[in-house]
Design a protein around this ligand. Structure first.
Ligand SMILES: C[S@@+](CC[C@H](N)C(=O)[O-])C[C@H]1O[C@@H](n2cnc3c(N)ncnc32)[C@H](O)[C@@H]1O
Length: 129
């Protein structure tokens, strides 16, 4: 089974099987904000964003966040959580090993538990692996 199909199948139950609670996600996000000395204009990209566990606090803080994922079902679960996708969040169905963005399109790229799930990992940007 390809990883993308795998995540499509488990999308609905994904959050229930994770350790990252909302308060911990908030702590981690605050750590990242401090680490990168984020300003209100700082933009974030999470390839393999999944159901949004890592970036929801960044979105709530008002940062510009782009999340891409190869699994439409994972992205749908993310959208359902939010009710309405806020204007500072862009969700894109795309393959992280075939990114369409120019270099320097984002200030911060974070990726969590994604690299191992990419079948064509050799095609990922060299800086990530
Ligand atoms: C273990 S989940 C991690 C999700 C999220 N980052 C988290 O920490 O909860 C791995 C995610 O990577 C996505 N993924 C796998 N291969 C990908 C690829 N080539 N491009 C984009 N996303 C991919 C999967 O669909 C899945 O949502």
């Amino acid at each position: 089974m390809k990883p993308s199909n795998y995540y499509n199948k488990i999308a609905e139950s994904y959050d229930r099987t994770r350790w990252l609670t909302a308060p911990i996600a908030e702590e981690v996000a605050n750590f990242i904000i401090d680490l990168v000395s984020a300003t209100p204009d700082t933009s974030f990209l999470e390839p393999g964003v999944g159901t949004g566990l890592n970036v929801i606090p960044l979105v709530k803080h008002g940062y510009s966040v782009t999340g891409i994922d190869i699994s439409p079902e994972m992205l749908d679960c993310f959208r359902q959580k939010l009710g309405k996708v806020p204007s500072n969040l862009q969700l894109i169905h795309a393959d992280a090993s075939r990114l369409l963005f120019q270099d320097h399109s984002f200030d911060v790229v974070l990726t969590v538990h994604m690299l191992h799930a990419v079948s064509d990992w050799k095609a990922l940007p060299e800086k990530w692996v």
